[in-house]
Design a protein. Structure first.
Lengths: 196, 196
DNA sequence: TCACACAAATGAACGATGTTCAATATCTAT
DNA sequence: ATAGATATTGAACATCGTTCATTTGTGTGA
């Protein structure tokens, strides 16, 4: 057919990414099919390659959207947070992952076909989410060395991520853990106390 | 052909698992091919299904071997450890993951086709590794409540796992982190100090 | 208005995957 | 030696990501 003016390029991109995210949330990364996304949107598989260049390109676009939604959610929760902004952040981390488990996992389980790093525009999206966390940690440690503060922020994100990842992979249930979020928050509190 | 008595069933299993682990270490989970493993071992794809039942079965067997090697490595490092057995454990965690990145990652990125939990025999292998850690944590916290000690052990593993996972996924390099292992050890030390 | 050139959209073709299963080859017991 | 049981095979199937010659729609200049 070739309905060139049904959608602009950016509209097409949005169509594919939103429908792709819907399917990814349903079937997970292993069951994800670019063909199926194209069919549901009403285009052919070839159009996916015209728009995104490759399977990796489509997944990256979907994961970037997930990261943006995550950042937006984190900011919104912080905006209505009380005094304990740290607990709010840890909570937001777990809440978002629990609400969108398969798309959240896809962020970590997808790797470029050539094994190389993700493109810069994608890394910028990751950096923005990390920046929100970094500023909150810095605010709790006034007068601390900015370099050490940034390093601590990275370490705390890794700490929370480890707990959240085990929670979603059911590793914890197998091990009998019942409150991974509380444990993560406790570890973060101890680290911040030691750094004060 | 059908060389029924060339290998016993358990010999066959070992052949497939060891060659499969070799290939997994080379190409990673995404590039792994059960067909190729069979060809390299000199059997047909059908035999994989006779022996392991499915693709999942073969991957589970390979991952179980990786877990057993990991447990063995951890025990060996602890046997020759000095006073600081905690640092030894954290080091062993990172060392094994860094030495076998793709097989290590496969432990976490493989999921059953039906989304269900891994079989009991596999969970037992995981539990044994976890048990080694748990006993070390308990030894450092004499007289503590065993239930709380076990919970702390799980949380500390999650903490180290988060750092190690970020290190192997290059998430840290993107963020500028250079010493993920030192950061993980610092977090563990703070948690243990707070629990004493 | 019409024809031409350009670009978007297509979908068949290709090689590869996991999975199934009838056919075949081999072993074992009688 | 023969028959029954069992191990092994590999073609067949559906599906995947990827490529690209072909078709179709659009915009422009005559």
């Amino acid at each position: 057919m070739g309905r060139r003016s049904d959608h602009t390029r950016s509209e097409l991109k949005q169509l594919f990414v939103e429908e792709g995210r819907r399917q990814l949330a349903e079937v997970g990364l292993a069951g994800f099919s670019a063909r199926d996304v194209a069919k549901r949107v009403g285009y052919s598989i070839g159009t996916v390659y015209n728009v995104f260049g490759s399977y990796d390109g489509l997944i990256l676009a979907i994961n970037a959207l997930t990261l943006e939604l995550w950042t937006t959610y984190l900011k919104a929760r912080l905006a209505e947070a009380g005094e304990d902004r740290i607990a709010c952040m840890v909570g937001a981390y777990f809440e978002f992952a629990a609400a969108h488990p398969k798309t959240w996992i896809a962020i970590y389980e997808h790797h470029m076909a050539d094994g190389g790093p993700a493109p810069d525009w994608y890394q910028d999206v990751v950096a923005e989410l990390m920046g929100v966390v970094g500023r909150e940690i810095a605010a709790v440690l006034p007068g601390a060395d900015p370099v050490r503060t940034a390093a601590l922020a990275r370490s705390l994100v890794a700490t929370v991520h480890g707990h959240c990842s085990f929670a979603l992979y059911n590793t914890f249930r197998l091990l009998g853990e019942t409150q991974p979020e509380a444990a993560a928050l406790a570890r973060v509190r101890e680290a911040l106390a030691a750094a004060s």
